[in-house]
Design a binder for this molecule. Structure first.
Ligand code: S3P
Length: 171
């Protein structure tokens, strides 16, 4: 049976990749992390892509990958936090998938991001907490269009249970 893709989005550091991996294991499906795939194909890190080619080039690579993934089925996809800022990426992925958005507070996001220094070029800022709040405000309308799951105080297993209940079965 062909099944729709499940797509996890949300701000950096909200745990999309961890939850996506758990969900894929549970559903026995393939897991794709868009950042990781872009890094593998480019042969360099996201930080290096931003430095060498600029953000616009990274966004083009994301959009090209979306077109490819939208043609596939039975995937669990964790997106980069800015990938669905382009409405055309949303409509492509929604044609064949359900999108969910993970939510965390700016403090929790900073805490998680701080454990992976140098990996988030958009937050390379003297005041990362302020930058996170600013980007969250700018992106609120994008993230709010999807069913949301708050990750605050919840274990990965609890989040998996919540997500499984939200996934709408289909033929
Ligand atoms: C970005 C989020 C990052 C990565 C890039 C840009 C964003 O992914 O795609 O640094 O614009 O929010 P994560 O959300 O996996 O950190």
């Amino acid at each position: 049976m062909n099944k729709k893709n499940i797509i996890l989005t949300g701000f950096m550091g909200t745990g999309k990749s961890s939850l996506g991996q758990l969900l894929a294991q549970k559903l026995h499906t393939e897991f794709i992390d868009t950042d990781q795939l872009i890094e593998e194909r480019a042969g360099k890190s996201i930080t290096a892509i931003f430095q060498d080619e600029g953000e616009a080039s990274f966004r083009r690579q994301e959009a090209a990958l979306v077109q490819e993934l939208a043609e596939r089925q039975n995937l669990v996809i964790a997106t980069g936090g800015g990938l669905l800022l382009k409405p055309e990426n949303v409509s492509a992925l929604q044609r064949n998938g359900q999108i969910f958005c993970l939510v965390a507070t700016p403090e929790e996001i900073l805490d998680r991001i701080s454990q992976q220094p140098g990996t988030r070029p958009l937050l390379a800022n003297p005041d990362p907490l302020q930058k996170i709040s600013e980007l969250l405000k700018q992106r609120a309308a994008t993230y709010e269009q999807f069913p949301r799951i708050s990750t605050s105080g919840r274990s990965p297993e609890q989040l998996l249970e919540i997500l499984l209940r939200k996934i709408i079965p289909h033929d």
